[in-house]
Design a protein around this ligand. Sequence first.
Ligand code: UDP
Ligand code: MG
Length: 337
Amino acid sequence: MITSQISTIQNFQSQEEILDVSIVVPIYNEVESLPHLLEYLAQILHENQLSYEIICVDDGSSDGSTELLKHLAQTQENVKAVILRRNYGQTPAMAAGFKCARGRAIVTLDADLQNDPADIPMLLSKLAEGYDLVSGWRQNRQDAALTRLLPSKIANWLIGRVTEVRIHDYGCSLKAYRRELVADLNLYGELHRFLPALAFIEGARIAELPVRHHARRFGKSKYGLGRTFRVLMDLLTIWFMKKFLTRPMHVFGSLGLLLMFVGTVLGGYLTFLKLGLQENIGDRPLLILAVVLLLAGVQFFCFGLLGELLMRTYHESQDRPIYRVREIVENNVKNGK
Ligand code: UDP
Ligand code: MG
């Protein structure tokens, strides 16, 4: 009974997974580059005899991209337009694309032609070597030095240190994923920059390949310096998830106990002064410190308990295992199959 259920699911999946690759492109006001991009993509994918679909996610554009995209999706083969209701940002746009991707591999790239579609076959063959994620590395990045390259250098170094995923270029949108991996990733906020780190948390094998990068030919970048701070905040989230997602009590609980311990020792000392030596302790800053430490300690401890509850809800409500299986190997003959 269970076996037949599993095989039905597998059949369902194999019927769905008929394509070699799904290309996911988030689009926000890129009307000029769109036709060039689609033409170039189709040419490269045809040349390499890949079965494909191009999923263009329109992220609330207001420059006519939406209308053009609708037209292109109706007239061109293998192009699908997903039109979002408003501008949500690059991460939700990519998540919307992932959701309807049917390819065995999923490739993401920018709509502005800064990434070169000619690099896609190379990424796919690396993926076929057994990696779950292959990330592009813009060795010759064509962006402004001070506002883009410098913050990005610092961010890459920081992210590398915090996440322990040793790749050079997190910001490159050109990446190839195995479909199973994408299905396991939950994207929020602006976490698309941290996809390799999220993938690493899920146990993915990650590779990096140098790719071409061009200056923007049309339109202008949607980001400025302001994103640096948002990246820092996201980095904190990732760090926490990587370290403590399944054991929040370890961080909050131990910190709480430590603070409570110090608070209690100080309180004990003050009690001794008051009761043993009859000293006046009412005006001592140490008293305030002891009280604050005790209260903070209790709060941290309760945070830890709440975190444990939330973590269980997070995993159990989605049937989300706390581990990922790469493959299961068994002797089929012995099991009579
Ligand atoms: N993008 C999007 N929604 C947004 C901002 C950007 O879908 O709110 C898309 C944009 O159209 C482009 C990609 O995300 O295809 C990357 O944006 P951009 O090229 O401006 O970033 P940069 O390459 O300068 O880092
Ligand atoms: Mg760009």
